[in-house]
Design a protein around this ligand. Sequence first.
Ligand code: ZN
Length: 426
Amino acid sequence: MINHNNIPGSRDEMLALQEKGLLWTVKHSYANCPFYKKKLDAAGISPGDIRCLDDLTRLPFTEKDELKDAYPFGLMAVPEKDIVRIHASSGTTGKKTVAYYTQKDLDDWAEMMARCWHFAGVTPDDRVQITVGYGLWTAGVGFQLGIEKLGAMTIPVGPAGNDLQMEMMIDLQATAICCTSSYALLLAEEVNKKGLQDKIKLRVGVIGSERWSDKMRSRIEELLEIETFDIIGMTETYGPGTGIDCREHQGVHYWSDYLIFETIDPDTGNPVAPGEQGEMVVTTLRKEGMPLIRYRTRDITRLLQDECPCGSPFFRVDRILGRTDDMFKFRGVIVFPAQIDQLISQTEELDCEYQIILKRHEGRDSMLLRIEAEKGCTSDRNELAQTIQNKIKTKIGISPRVEVVGCQELPRTERKTKRVFDEREH
Ligand code: ZN
């Protein structure tokens, strides 16, 4: 069961917990992790200098590359005998990032993950099908920890083919599912194609690990007849489950008694005002095995200041709007795929899947945007392309070539779908 006694009753209580956690993390990291001792010494800061939450910004950032350089155990902050498990990120290039957990870290992760399922309305009466990977990856086992702590039933299918997923979903009458948004869409289209809607009992989908557009989300919800929840997290910060949207769906609550989120300008490192887009920076407050101080996640989001209509004291961020790695420059303009996503979402008769192909010919950049038309689209494709091209020109200030292709002509994957193909030489 979730430990409801541990949940702060008010925002003031939350801030007091954050302060306590920050002071503990700085002391613990400095005393037990040579990586952080060196870092703080170099910045001329001793743990005693950090006395309140406002002092957070005096601390140096921790960069993704530093974690890679510390591979595999360079950030360990407890004796190795206290580490009971490791995970590693999928890491598309170079070395992976390894994360290490004490038993308390795993218990805390389970608590956070159980809260996520609770926020999604899942109860001990539910049967939850896991479609994401197990093994070094944090996803499958993380979801399972939370489901079991909540007391619901886990159906740990993992990343099996569609046939097995459908068989289990129908025979075992799963009521909730967790998957990537790409896979949720693939599954939704499959169910629709085979006319299996009446045979499945799904009502909740917890979707994570990549950014997805509103259009994609409503398509998944419509086809599967489910309510979806956007879960966040990464290997470095325990794994998935550090936050989720509540049933109001107005941003993502994060477990602010375990973590502090900041947003900064990715170029200058200065904090941006609440409500403005910036790179998300995370500090852990209770993590023993591998504490993180001001870790730059490369995710772009906004801090939401107001209290959520649901009344929860947990602080909120906007859904992840993109990654600093995804942003690209086209003829001098910085572009986030999320901006293009949003314009597609607002255009009728266009579907949610798209590809951006960037090329360079004789020193001049060109951009091709391929978008799927919606099923049953009756408009002229060239006219649709012109409409979206005008919108992009007005809102973003660039003029890509736009091609509208048929429904389901662009590739789908079970993992993360790649949408930006930058074929220019750098
Ligand atoms: Zn809420």
